[in-house]
Design a binder for this molecule. Structure first.
Ligand code: FAD
Ligand code: EPU
Length: 345
């Protein structure tokens, strides 16, 4: 039976490094351990937060309920399909995401290399359909297994039931806080199909001296290279990656803005144009901002304006306040509404 601790600091368990406390805290290593925890009266009565790596949460206060940390392990190939040269990989939801990417590469399977080095756990990946460098989780997703919090029942969800969108899924919307993902099954390719549509990826492959058709390992190396050059390492500087989603605007709105701001970048998406929030935030003058005593306790990353950073000594409320001011200034300057990607608690 897993241990239920009380008044536990969550500082090691969130990549912003914020020192808040959980009223109750426990780890689970299997679906059965999770069910046992969910059956405890203290846990039943409390609000519950399922935590993976804590790389997409902003704690603005102590968590008055029960934090249940997913540590379900296991990586295995469960089927090979000679017909279309694919293999199904099943990963325990508490495995580290990048560990799964490396496992797949080691097994000669491609499909995850563009998603190299994304922090966090496998189980959180479907929550926002993680994406980077021209790929998303849904491209290889087969199904997930999840325990229903109210009943303890195990359920399987196929891709169509997950409602995947850009940084979206049914688990952030209609089924929010209803299920705990316990395993994810992905369909990966035996025959490499490099996906290097993303501009920065091609430039980096060339920079690394990789010519001709890149292998999945090459793509992974290039992605890791770009990420290390742009994004702060949470081990050194507290952050949760992109704080906001990239907003989508209508073609008409985009054309109007482009006439006023000729440098505005935009990428066509069904129904409109996606605009990089990092560009908007940088233009609004926030990039590299440091706030708070001394050299600053928090602010906006100097190489990526979409990333809010905690240098130490700030609270989650300080960061939320900064996020609100950024939203307001982008609204005033561009008439565009930014929405947080990070889960604010
Ligand atoms: P947590 O932060 O622990 O949880 C996130 C949310 O999911 C919470 O609401 C939590 O309750 C819920 N949750 C977690 N596990 C489960 C579960 N098993 N069942 C049900 N609910 C659960 N994201 C991208 O998409 N692309 C990127 O390129 C990217 N780059 C990043 C770079 C950095 C430096 C950082 C710090 C973050 C980045 N992120 C990126 C965001 C983050 O890594 C992902 O969202 C990741 O999937 C979060 O995983 P986690 O285990 O840390 O989730
Ligand atoms: N830009 C600026 N200034 C900045 C940052 C960005 O002008 O300070 C502009 C540039 O025009 C740049 C463009 O924004 O070309 C895009 O920047 P980048 O390639 O860094 O990507 P992003 O749009 O800022 C998104 C994801 C990242 C993902 C990368 C790579 C979102 C919210 N963010 O960032 O995901 O890693 O693309 O695919 O979609 C995350 O979700 O946490 C995350 C890090």
């Amino acid at each position: 039976m897993p241990l239920l601790e009380q008044h536990v600091s969550l500082r090691p368990y969130n990549t912003f490094g914020l020192d808040v406390r959980a009223r109750y805290f426990a780890r689970f290593g299997s679906a059965d351990e999770l069910r046992a925890l969910l059956a405890l009266p203290e846990v039943q009565a409390a609000d519950k937060l399922i935590l993976g790596g804590g790389s997409n949460v902003l704690f603005t206060q102590d968590f008055a309920g029960a934090v249940l940390k997913n540590e379900i392990r296991g990586l295995e190939i469960i089927a090979e399909d000679g017909g279309d040269d694919t293999a199904l990989v099943r990963a325990g939801a508490g495995e580290g995401w990048h560990g799964l990417v490396e496992y797949a590469l080691g097994q000669g399977l491609s499909g995850l290399e563009n998603l190299s080095l994304i922090p966090g756990t496998v189980g959180a990946a479907p929550l926002q359909n993680i994406g980077a460098y021209g790929a998303e989780l849904r491209d290889t997703f087969e199904r997930l297994e999840a325990v229903e919090i109210a009943t303890g029942a195990l359920r399987s969800f196929g891709a169509a039931e997950c409602g995947f969108g850009y940084r979206e899924s049914v688990f952030k919307n209609a089924l929010k806080n209803r299920f705990v993902v316990t395993a994810v099954v992905l369909r990966l390719h035996r025959r490499a199909r490099p996906n290097v549509q993303y501009g920065a990826l091609q430039d980096t492959l060339a920079e690394l001296g990789i010519t001709g058709e890149p292998t999945p390992h090459d793509v992974s190396r290039a992605v890791v290279h770009i990420r290390r050059s742009k994004l702060p390492d949470p081990a050194e500087t507290g952050n949760a990656g992109s704080f906001f989603k990239n907003p989508e605007v209508s073609q008409r709105k985009f054309d109007e803005l482009k006439a006023q701001h000729p440098g505005l970048p935009g990428y066509p998406v069904p129904g409109g144009v996606k605009v990089p929030a990092g560009w908007l935030i940088e233009q609004a003058g926030w990039k590299g901002l440091r706030r708070g005593p001394g050299a600053g306790t928090h602010g906006v990353h100097e190489r990526q304006a979409l990333v809010l950073v905690h240098h130490g000594g700030a609270t989650g409320q300080d960061l939320r306040q900064l996020a609100e001011e950024i939203i307001q200034s982008v609204r005033q300057q561009f008439g565009i509404e930014l929405h947080p990607e990070v889960n604010i608690l």
